[in-house]
Unconditional design. Structure first.
Length: 229
């Protein structure tokens, strides 16, 4: 963690301090440094989730009862994926794309084709199209492993302009047909931002391909909404 803090400090001193208008960058760096120190000394990433409303629950949207996944090809269209992590609680990384629910074996799976969004405007698509696929939704259980993926620095809500690579796994339930699905995640960030993390995700079905809400929802908790820009 000392290496992480030192690397970030070098970037900050060489860039943000050189600009008299970078008070916001100073604040973001200080917040991340405090978060990183907290993860290193106060019980790891699990200890930092409470601020986002998880309270240690594995999936606030599922009550433990029967969960029937949607039938194949019944959920599709434009969608927003919001990932909130313990590295920057309340500042989700956003991905805009198209969701599909094809048949997979005797069940349904979720396939999401998406682009990261610029954290400065939440509408500009960055880089090349990416794809994530879940395992079959047996009993509605969602499990999706996302292989190491380089995130464009402009999609980084922690320190905009600093690229990171993340690997993560999403956990949750997809029960029936609804405009919003959610769950939890865990993974690792490498590069200049290097740490294990936990967090939450939200999938919001949109009425149009550019209809990103002003306050994207990033988790199952009732207050898991990002601040407007």
């Amino acid at each position: 963690m000392r290496v992480l803090t030192a690397n970030l400090a070098a970037i900050y001193v060489g860039g943000a301090l050189a600009c008299s208008a970078c008070a916001d960058a100073r604040g973001r760096f200080n917040q991340f440094e405090q978060r990183a120190q907290h993860l290193a000394t106060d019980g790891g990433p699990e200890a930092s989730i409470g601020a986002a409303g998880a309270g240690g629950a594995s999936d606030e949207s599922y009550d433990g009862g029967n969960c029937e996944p949607p039938a194949p090809n019944t959920v599709s269209g434009p969608a927003l994926l919001a990932l909130d992590t313990s590295l920057a609680v309340g500042k989700p990384i956003l991905f805009l794309g198209t969701i599909e629910t094809p048949a997979k074996g005797d069940s349904t799976q979720v396939v999401f084709h998406y682009y990261p969004l610029d954290s400065a405007d939440r509408k500009t698509r960055l880089g090349s199209e990416l794809t994530v696929e879940t395992d079959p939704l047996d009993n509605g259980v969602l499990y999706a492993h996302v292989d190491p993926t380089a995130l464009d620095g402009n999609a980084n809500p922690i320190l905009r302009g600093v690229p990171i690579t993340t690997e993560m796994t999403l956990h949750g339930h997809i029960c029936g047909i609804h405009p919003f699905y959610c769950g939890t995640l865990d993974g690792q960030a490498t590069g200049l931002l290097s740490a294990d993390f936990t967090g939450h995700f939200g999938i919001t079905l949109l009425s149009g391909p550019d209809d990103v809400p002003a306050r994207p929802r990033f988790g199952c908790a009732a207050d898991a909404f990002a601040d407007p820009l």
